[in-house]
Ligand binder design. Structure first.
Ligand SMILES: Nc1nc2c(ncn2[C@@H]2O[C@H](COP(=O)(O)OP(=O)(O)OP(=O)(O)O)[C@@H](O)[C@H]2O)c(=O)[nH]1
Ligand SMILES: [Mg+2]
Length: 383
């Protein structure tokens, strides 16, 4: 109990830095393209172009490694060579290629998107080198582009686990994949996301990200805040995990029933980004092995059948504007019922497969409509 108190205090008192030290998911860099080399007016020589700065996505790297590889956060590509009598065309400046993890979005300092690096080896230009001196520039080489860029890493996983602390999210990932996240009986055990792979007998693989626990008030940066919810943005399915016994952070906080935790998670997700609620969301109610769980589950199940109504009866400050429409709701015991875990694994696959089918149908429909339109415009005229 004393330990829980310490953790909670550490989190509350803003010494979160200590907890989050190991995981970097955002990085600010200053990039500058090289200056173009000067031309040689006497002989019409053209200066070399300044080098460019690129980012390239690399499967196995981490933002932390990017930082440790760079000598400084100010990166400048090489300048172009000047035009010389012996070499009228100046040498181009050296490019710089920075390897970043797959899943990085790049923004400029005003928050405008420069590009997304969602696939291995995807490459974007972040600072163009200046042109070499030529008659257009009175033979002086021009400066390259320069500016601050922000790299923001969002994990790419098919499924994102969202829940209050201690609900058993990491235990589930451990039981369902080969990942070995830390599991413990105090809140905020997971302080950085982990990704595991669910393997099926037909070699199909589904990735699942275990995210740090959310608590009520996360939108106001309570606990670890909303920070990690951004990783749920790119998942195809959100799996909400709740403890059938509910949750209480400590004696100073209200005890929340399982239904209340579902509603509060609904609200926190909505406050983070309404669009998250448009994704397919499944609910897994865990710890069914504890005494009295069956009764609590029956009660919860009844309320979830008419979730809109259950939400409407909540006080305004806890109530989300929009109640989640769950794709599937199930109870399980990660710790003592392997069968329930396997059942969940299959259901996850079913939901993802039916989502993929829906997307394919939509694509086909769009394609057929485009084809029809073309036929009307340029096909044979039928009277
Ligand atoms: N009785 C019971 N305990 C469980 C079950 N699943 C997990 N636990 C226990 O619940 C505690 C919390 O489990 P975690 O997997 O660390 O929970 P979490 O949701 O990842 O927690 P945070 O990382 O703090 O957000 C651990 O002591 C687990 O052993 C279950 O099915 N039944
Ligand atoms: Mg955990």
């Amino acid at each position: 109990m004393v330990f829980i108190g310490k953790i909670v205090n550490a989190v509350k008192q803003g010494s979160k830095r200590g907890l989050k030290r190991t995981f970097i998911d955002s990085l600010r860099l200053h990039v500058r393209g090289g200056t173009g080399g000067n031309g040689l007016p006497k002989y019409g020589g053209i200066g070399g172009k300044g080098g460019d700065v690129f980012l390239v996505a690399e499967k196995d790297t981490k933002l932390k490694r990017v930082l440790s590889k760079l000598p400084t956060k100010r990166i400048a590509a090489g300048s172009g060579g000047h035009s010389e009598t012996k070499k009228l065309l100046g040498e181009p400046g050296n490019d710089i290629v920075i390897e970043v993890p797959v899943g990085v979005s790049v923004f400029d300092e005003y928050g405008r998107v420069i590009g997304d690096l969602n696939e291995d080896q995807a490459k974007i230009l972040v600072a163009k080198g200046g042109p070499g001196g030529s008659p257009l520039t009175q033979f002086s080489g021009l400066r390259g582009e320069a500016g601050t860029i922000i790299l923001d890493l969002k994990l790419i996983a098919d499924v994102g686990l969202v829940g209050f602390p201690n609900a058993g999210k990491s235990s589930l990932l451990k039981a369902i994949s080969r990942a070995r996240p830390k599991v413990a009986s105090y809140p905020f055990t997971t302080i950085e996301p982990n990704v595991g792979v669910l393997e099926f007998s037909d070699l199909r693989q589904i990735t699942m990200a275990d995210l740090p626990g959310l608590i009520e008030g996360a939108h106001a940066n309570v606990g670890l805040g909303h920070k990690f919810l951004k990783h749920a943005e790119r998942t195809k399915l959100i799996l909400m995990v709740v403890d059938v016994n509910g949750f209480q952070l400590n004696y100073r906080h209200p005890k929340r029933s399982a239904l209340e935790t579902v509603v509060l998670l609904n609200k926190e997700m909505e406050l983070y980004q309404e669009d998250l609620l448009k994704k397919p969301i499944m609910l897994a109610v865990n710890k069914m092995d504890v005494p009295g769980a069956e009764y609590k589950w029956k009660e919860l199940e009844a309320s979830l059948k008419d979730f809109d109504n259950a939400v409407a009866n909540f006080p305004e400050e806890l109530r989300p504007l929009q109640a989640i429409k769950f794709q599937d709701i199930m109870s399980l015991s990660v710790q003592s019922c392997q069968k329930s875990v396997l059942n969940l694994k299959e259901k996850i696959r079913c939901v993802l497969d039916s989502e993929a089918d829906k997307a394919t149908e939509e694509e086909e429909l769009k394609f057929r409509n485009r084809l029809k339109l073309k036929m009307v415009e340029s096909g044979p005229k039928l009277s």
